[in-house]
Design a protein around this ligand. Structure first.
Ligand SMILES: *[C@@H]1O[C@H](CO)[C@@H](O)[C@H](O)[C@H]1NC(C)=O
Ligand SMILES: *[C@@H]1O[C@H](CO)[C@@H](O)[C@H](O)[C@H]1NC(C)=O
Ligand SMILES: *[C@@H]1O[C@H](CO)[C@@H](O)[C@H](O)[C@H]1NC(C)=O
Length: 527
């Protein structure tokens, strides 16, 4: 009884302290699919009574100026990362993937991509400069008394502004500019933690480990070139000559990681990492009537969903024809998110849509298979709802995301390169539809993922409010980010100890020699 009473008081106190403070939050979002999941966090923060202000630029593509759940500040810019730039990049990558993969073209591609990325970060830097040169805006931001800055550190401008305003910094993160976020801060032995881009799992052969280390080194080099070209200059200009962008980016109070250990391979982590993988997933809501009718018309065969993500508006025509022909041969109904021309051979079991409620469709009891490009959001939704996947990865982390499902028996992966050969597409789809193990494995992952004390989104909200209540979370932050690499790896200590060892060894040697001379030489004389 007493225990219950105490618990009640504690609960009341916690509730009270939670609602007593509606926070004031400054947000630096990123465009595209990253905005889609930042938006989920913002809506949740708003519904808990926090005041949200986002900084966007005048050419923002996804981030709208007017909203019912946030205020916005618009920074005028000349250019931004628009749809055109991304679409160009994607068609280049598809062409490349479908080619014969000669090493020289790989090299050209890597260098070209590097150029594109530097250009992209330059565009972001221009946005940041426009912001820092606007004294009026900066004064307004200072006067607003924000409690924290929430940003996606894929771009560096939010990090610099948080330091400028001296505010606690929270990340909604999977990627830093350098690559997967864990690698920048948590100890990450390359022997069993696969680098994204290698397609490795956590069980690597010797050659795979060689690849893992090589890709890591290339990534680090690219990172240093990219940062020194862009954000380091901004830091020195607006924060002072001694500021270091890398140190700033690792000093964030809280890292809300968009993965969990059902999806990601187990690995060492940090006290200020909070895992919220799957936070964007919710139980399915009812479908719009026309979709529900279509789904129901599938009868016992069920429905297949295909989406290649927000960025890929059109695949090449020969590929879409191949896919349409394969769909037409299936007894299932297909819902295909497709924006380009309507394929001539589209079967009457296939519905083309511009947009669809993906989460609600994946959660529908008639859903049998998800054909996806392997973006984090889609893969998490498939995992949450336990739907097997046929993946067609295009770039970035997509292959590696799908690999994590395939490795656990929940997916098949098709490359763009082989998709339209030998009926590969149809074979993969039929294999995953007809072999029940794919579905059982995904359902098992789904049960594991859902079995948590607190929903990932609620966990993320709790920790953001924690940071606001305590004005940061410095006590959870290790000192590692301030150290030069030779201290971090104790190279200096190692060299020192080795020096001492050598000194002792030499001393002992010299002493022995002296001893030998004084003790042994007279003996020789006596004889
Ligand atoms: C919320 O943020 C907006 C924009 O920054 C500001 O004008 C407003 O005063 C804030 N409201 C509260 C209650 O803090
Ligand atoms: C947003 O709201 C402002 C002020 O109400 C208005 O002037 C502006 O046209 C709106 N912008 C859009 C894109 O609707
Ligand atoms: C769809 O196509 C199949 C085969 O071509 C045909 O038998 C069937 O009647 C068609 N259904 C409708 C609703 O048009």
């Amino acid at each position: 009884m007493r225990l219950i009473y105490c618990c009640g008081v504690v609960l009341l106190l916690t509730l009270f302290s939670r609602v007593s403070h509606g926070g004031n939050i400054l947000v630096f979002p990123i465009e595209g699919s990253h905005w889609v999941n930042m938006d989920v966090l913002l809506r949740a923060l708003h519904s808990k009574g926090h005041n949200i202000t986002i900084v966007r630029n005048s050419k923002s593509w996804y981030v709208k100026e007017n909203s019912t759940y946030y205020h916005s500040i618009t920074v005028p810019v000349e250019r931004s990362l628009g749809e055109e730039m991304i679409t160009d990049l994607i068609s280049t990558m598809i062409d490349f993937e479908r080619g014969a993969l000669p090493v020289t073209s790989f090299f050209n591609m890597a260098v070209g991509m590097m150029g594109t990325f530097i250009e992209a970060h330059r565009i972001i830097s221009e946005f940041a400069s426009a912001m820092f040169d606007d004294q009026e805006l900066l004064r307004k931001l200072k006067d607003s008394n924000f409690d924290l800055v929430l940003t996606d550190p894929c771009w560096g401008h939010g990090i610099i502004l948080a330091k400028y305003l001296n505010l606690p910094l929270v990340y909604n993160v999977r990627w830093l500019i350098a690559g997967e976020a864990h690698f920048s801060l948590a100890p990450s032995p390359l022997s069993y933690i696969p680098i994204t881009g290698t397609g490795n799992t956590d069980k690597m052969t010797f050659l795979q480990r060689v690849k893992n280390v090589m890709v890591y080194l290339i990534g680090q080099t690219q990172h240093h070139i990219m940062v020194s070209q862009t954000y380091q200059k901004l830091c020195e200009k607006y924060l002072g000559p001694n500021s270091d962008f890398n140190e700033l980016s690792l000093s964030a109070d809280l890292w809300l990681m968009r993965v969990d250990f059902v999806f990601e391979y187990p690995r060492p982590t940090m006290p200020n990492f909070v895992y919220m993988g799957g936070f964007q997933c919710t139980p399915a809501k009812p479908l719009p009537q026309h979709l529900e009718d279509f789904v129901q018309s599938s009868g016992e065969h069920g429905v297949i969903l295909m989406s290649m993500g927000a960025f890929v508006s059109a695949l090449p025509a020969d590929m879409t024809n191949e896919i349409a022909a394969a769909f037409a041969k299936l007894p299932q109904k297909v819902i295909w998110r497709h924006k380009g021309d309507r394929p001539a051979n589209l079967g009457n079991n296939t519905l083309l849509v511009d947009w669809m409620p993906q989460n609600d469709l994946l959660g529908h009891p008639k859903m049998k298979l998800f054909i996806a490009h392997g973006g984090t959001n889609g893969v998490q939704e498939a995992l949450y709802h336990g739907i097997p996947v046929v993946g067609i990865p295009l770039f970035f982390d997509q292959y590696d995301n799908l690999m994590r499902l395939k490795d656990r028996g929940g997916a098949q992966i098709l490359t763009i390169h082989s998709l339209d050969k030998d009926n590969n597409f149809l074979k993969a789809v039929e294999e995953v539809l007809n072999d029940p193990s794919y579905r059982m494995n995904m359902q098992r992952l789904s049960r594991l993922h859902r079995d948590q004390p607190m929903k990932p989104l609620d966990n993320a909200l709790f920790w953001m409010e924690f940071v606001m209540r305590h004005k940061g979370a410095a006590h959870l932050r290790t000192e590692s980010y301030r150290m030069p690499w030779y201290s971090y790896y104790s190279v200096d200590v190692g060299l020192f100890l080795f020096g001492v060892f050598l000194l002792v060894l030499t001393t002992v040697f010299i002493l022995m020699r002296c001893l030998y001379r004084t003790v042994c030489k007279p003996k020789v004389k006596q004889e």
